[in-house]
Design a protein around this ligand. Structure first.
Ligand SMILES: NC(=O)C1=CN([C@@H]2O[C@H](COP(=O)(O)OP(=O)(O)OC[C@H]3O[C@@H](n4cnc5c(N)ncnc54)[C@H](OP(=O)(O)O)[C@@H]3O)[C@@H](O)[C@H]2O)C=CC1
Ligand SMILES: O=C(CO)[C@H](O)[C@H](O)COP(=O)(O)O
Length: 470
């Protein structure tokens, strides 16, 4: 700490801000934090590692005054109005050349607006995705910065120091212009939704085959030691063992089935349609969280449509292997759809998102980290401009190896009436994607029939219209 001035400031000392700031201090930076909730500010210093330089101040102006120039400030407050409120509070306090970072889950269009607004005032504003939850923020998250390259230069050493490391490489890289950091984080969360939905479907498929919580734990634990190794599979294995402290049940069995959400999955779906790019597994995951909220209607429909009629008679050992392969197949499809979306968005929105860096940064620290990301990193090393990871021959052989068991699972789920929409969606996407001539020529004919929309032919170029025989 030189001149008694601090290296880095944090606004918002909740789950993410507090932990990221303490992580920053652990890496030798002097840090100062502010939260509008004074109890959080007051608690900050006590939580710091001995020997680190951490200060909490109850006043934003005092915090800004104590920062080295150019000031480097991050906010980790809820997305939306709180971010604009913080910016307005900072404006009278900062100077030209200072760097303000929004590390929360802001919508990238808000980030674009804020970048422009602050650029006019000479202030650098960066949208930076941070993933890893509470633990990741404290010990090493995956960090997705985008925006002003000059501003990135000011914070690069700090972000590299606090990020997760894989094979000694920091899980942070410059991921593109303007709103790219928040765009990449949004799609990260879309993939997160898809994989979480798939895991929950694998859970129900295994439960219908009679697996107990202990057996589910063992199964997921074993899966996490192989091709499905990932953070989400790892924490799922733990979840099955957690006891409830209010009853004698396992906690999972007394948790309501209405799933919450904060919006990033929905934004991914919405934006995919704007581009357009097909991300049906993500769309399905968003829809399933929505249906999970229809509890009262589902109770009535369960009785009306005889849900208890759903039955499954399978060889348990074979079924576990098939569910494993289906989860592997559909997880690859989920990454493929998200990455295809980033590929398209990078071009359409002129963000220059480097996909090789994106998958590399996701290998550690983030919620969707998995061994598959190492495979994708190698694929992009060979072909950095892959429009879809499914076109890589190495990835194709992995997909093919799991295809027939995925078909078996989807068919059995349909026959047994077990909800497995994300598995079905991944297979439906795959079958369409690998079909050279789809049936959409008929849609073209229908559009021209009723609306004179014209069509293109396979043999001659140009647009054609036919007076169809009525
Ligand atoms: N939790 C997670 O796993 C992850 C969260 N994120 C994103 O990070 C951001 C922060 O999330 P999280 O830490 O979980 O949220 P929290 O609600 O835990 O913390 C946010 C903190 O910001 C404070 N705050 C709000 N407005 C202001 C303001 N104007 N000035 C100063 N402090 C303010 C809040 O105070 P008060 O409570 O009094 O309002 C609260 O203490 C969000 O955008 C979230 O989506 C990203 C990755 C993972
Ligand atoms: O960004 C995150 C993880 O990467 C946050 O935990 C986010 O809140 C998750 O989304 P949702 O609350 O909609 O499930």
């Amino acid at each position: 700490m030189s001149n008694n001035l601090f290296d880095f400031g944090m606004i918002g000392l909740g789950v993410m801000g507090r932990n990221l700031l303490l992580n920053t201090a652990d890496h030798g930076f002097s840090v100062i934090g502010f939260d509008k909730d004074e109890t959080k500010t007051a608690a900050l210093e006590a939580a710091a590692t001995d020997g680190t330089t951490v200060k909490g101040v109850p006043d934003l102006a005092h915090m800004v005054q104590q920062l080295q120039s150019p000031r480097k400030l991050m906010m980790l407050v809820p997305a939306g109005k709180p971010v604009d409120d913080v910016i307005e509070s900072l404006l009278p306090l900062v100077e030209k050349g200072d760097v303000i970072i929004d590390g929360g889950n802001s919508h990238y269009t808000d980030t674009l607006r804020r970048v422009k607004y602050l650029r006019e005032k000479g202030i650098h504003f960066m949208g930076v995705g941070v993933s890893g939850g509470e633990q990741g923020a404290r010990t090493g998250p995956s960090i997705m910065p985008g925006g002003d390259v000059e501003a990135y230069g000011h914070v690069k050493p700090l972000l590299e120091a606090i990020s997760a490391k894989v094979n000694g490489e920091p899980c942070v890289a410059y991921l593109g212009k303007e709103g790219a950091g928040h765009y990449v984080k949004m799609v990260h969360n879309g993939i997160e939704y898809a994989i979480m939905q798939l895991i929950s479907e694998a859970y129900t498929l295994l439960k219908h085959a009679g697996l107990s919580n202990d057996e589910l734990h063992e199964t997921f634990k074993r899966w996490n030691e192989g091709a499905l190794q990932s953070f989400l599979v790892e924490i799922t294995a733990d979840i099955f063992l957690q006891n409830d402290d209010k009853t004698s049940a396992r906690l999972l069995d007394v948790i309501s089935d209405k799933a919450g959400s904060k919006g990033t999955g929905k934004w991914t779906s919405q934006d995919s349609m704007e581009l357009p790019v097909a991300v049906p597994v993500i769309d399905t995951a968003v829809a399933m969280r929505t249906i999970s909220g229809y509890k009262d209607e589902r109770v009535k429909a369960s009785a009306l449509y005889n849900e208890s009629g759903a039955s499954l008679t399978v060889s348990t050992e074979e079924w576990i292997k098939q569910v494993h392969d289906a989860l592997y197949f559909a997880t690859i499809l989920s990454y493929a759809q998200g990455l295809a979306m980033l590929y398209q968005a990078s071009k359409e929105l002129a963000m220059d998102i480097p996909l090789p860096e994106v998958v590399s940064v996701w290998r550690g620290g983030c919620i969707i980290r998995s061994t598959l990301l190492e495979t994708f990193t190698q694929a992009y090393k060979q072909s950095p401009d892959l429009s879809n990871i499914l076109l890589d021959s190495g990835v194709a052989s992995l997909v093919k190896s799991a295809e027939s068991n995925t078909r078996a699972i989807v068919a059995q789920a349909a026959l047994s009436g077990i909800p497995a929409a994300a598995f079905m969606s991944s297979l439906a996407y795959f079958d369409a994607y690998r079909t050279e001539r789809m049936a959409t020529n008929l849609i073209q004919a229908q559009r021209d029939y009723f609306g004179a929309h014209t069509y293109q032919r396979t043999d001659v170029s140009g647009s054609f219209h036919t007076e169809w025989n009525h």
